[in-house]
Design a protein around this ligand. Structure first.
Ligand code: NAD
Length: 382
């Protein structure tokens, strides 16, 4: 027998705490929120701003840092899924590396949509093995979803978010006024994630969307009902992700609408926004759930009526059964060997399925096609 081998065990638990805070008029010279974390006196900031946001706010942002005596290097970055790629990630890193900042008290500031905060978050998590960053979402998708969690990522090798990390932001500042310049299509894009949350977890939010969704979309969520919807959606999102920040548990309610959409989004990058792919997945999933009697016909009807009421259209021509099936198979790898597909079980409740059959998926797609062609048929004249 050989002598017992020595073993060392290393244990460490790093606490995570960050605030997601409303910060109206964030770039107003007298608003110190953005500088409430990090060194101010003699301070420097590396700031990445979405190019479309810069069109409206560049002057204000430059003036803000100048007013506070901060040496800022401000660069712009193009939004859009096609820009969430390695070359852009590396380019931001090169620019960052040419601008000295302290490793701990001069946080990087990311101002933009989900693409920008995902890419810049990934930059922050890899530069010097991690430097702090602040997120300022400027799209509805970012406001209710992408910026409030800790995931970062870039697309790689034809796959969405194949490279990425978990990197808690130092703080997230929510300035709803920044959404005022967002095109209508991108408002609806964010609404799809709110609908997802309502169906899978929050029946009250679903009712609020039925009652005030259309009016809030028309107001770009600058109305009181819109504010209530956004705040409830953020609370719900954080309630789900906080106990499972690092996704130790792979069955996640918030993955509703993110099984079949994954493949759709990669294949139709130029055509489909993230939320548009998610809502196609939601429509197919609703019919799978109805087929299993998890949802009643009436509940399914309410879901489709809500989509129509909010002006969300479904491009069902993109639904190819083989392709969606492959997307599900890929998700099984991601979810460590099981489908773990979240499905609504009555509005506002969730179960996880591990036994969706290919034929079931085909039937759901056919049912969706039938439903849509019925909807588009001219009404009978009596
Ligand atoms: N990390 C996460 O947990 C998480 C969650 C959900 C989504 N995401 C990611 O988010 C991305 C989608 O985010 P997105 O929909 O915000 O896309 P995006 O960042 O590409 O922004 C959409 C478009 O809006 C423009 N824009 C941004 N702010 C604007 C403003 N205020 N006014 C006018 N135009 C503006 C952008 O330039 C872009 O053209 C996807 O890559 C998705 O994977 C990440």
């Amino acid at each position: 027998m050989s002598a017992a081998l020595t073993r060392w065990r290393v244990r460490h638990h790093r606490p995570v705490a960050y605030d997601v805070v409303e910060a109206p008029r964030l770039f107003h010279p007298r608003n110190r929120a953005l500088l409430s974390v990090g060194r101010v006196e003699g301070g420097r900031r590396f700031v990445v701003v979405d190019r479309n946001v810069a069109r409206y706010h560049a002057e204000e942002i430059y003036a803000y840092f100048e007013e506070h005596g901060i040496t800022a290097k401000i660069i712009t970055f193009p939004g859009g899924e096609e820009n969430k790629r390695t070359e852009n990630y590396l380019e931001i890193l090169r620019q960052l590396d040419a601008f000295p900042i302290h490793r701990r008290d001069e946080p990087i500031i990311a101002i933009g949509g989900g693409v920008l905060t995902d890419v810049v978050g990934f930059v922050a998590s890899t530069y010097r093995r991690g430097v702090p960053h602040i997120r300022v979402p400027t799209t509805l998708m970012g406001y209710v979803d992408a910026s409030v969690g800790i995931k970062t990522g870039i697309n790689f090798n034809g796959h969405k978010n194949r490279l990425g990390s978990f990197e808690p932001p130092l703080r997230v500042f929510l300035d709803k006024e920044l959404l005022k310049t967002l095109p209508h299509r991108h408002i609806l894009n964010g609404v799809c994630e709110i609908i997802k949350l309502a169906i899978i977890k929050d029946a009250t939010l679903f009712v609020w969307l039925e009652e005030h969704g259309a009016e809030s979309i028309a107001a770009g969520f600058q109305n009181p009902a819109g504010t209530r919807i956004l705040n409830r959606a953020i609370s719900g999102m954080l309630e789900e992700i906080e106990p499972n920040l690092f996704e130790d548990e792979l069955s996640r309610k918030v993955d509703f609408g993110h099984t079949f959409s994954h493949g759709l989004e990669s294949r139709h990058e130029a055509r489909l926004l993230h939320g548009e792919a998610v809502v196609l997945d939601i429509a197919v999933s609703t019919l799978i759930a109805t087929g299993r009697r998890l949802l009643s016909e009436r509940e399914a009807e309410r879901i489709f009526n809500l989509l129509e009421e909010l002006g969300i259209t479904l491009d069902i021509r993109l639904l190819d059964a083989e392709h969606l099936w492959q997307s599900l198979l890929e998700r099984i790898e991601h979810r460590n060997g099981l489908q773990r597909v979240p499905m609504p079980a009555a509005l506002g409740h969730c179960v996880f399925l591990n036994d969706i059959a290919r034929q079931e998926l085909e039937l759901a797609i056919k049912a969706l096609n039938d439903r849509m062609s019925l909807q588009n048929e001219p009404a009978l004249q009596c």
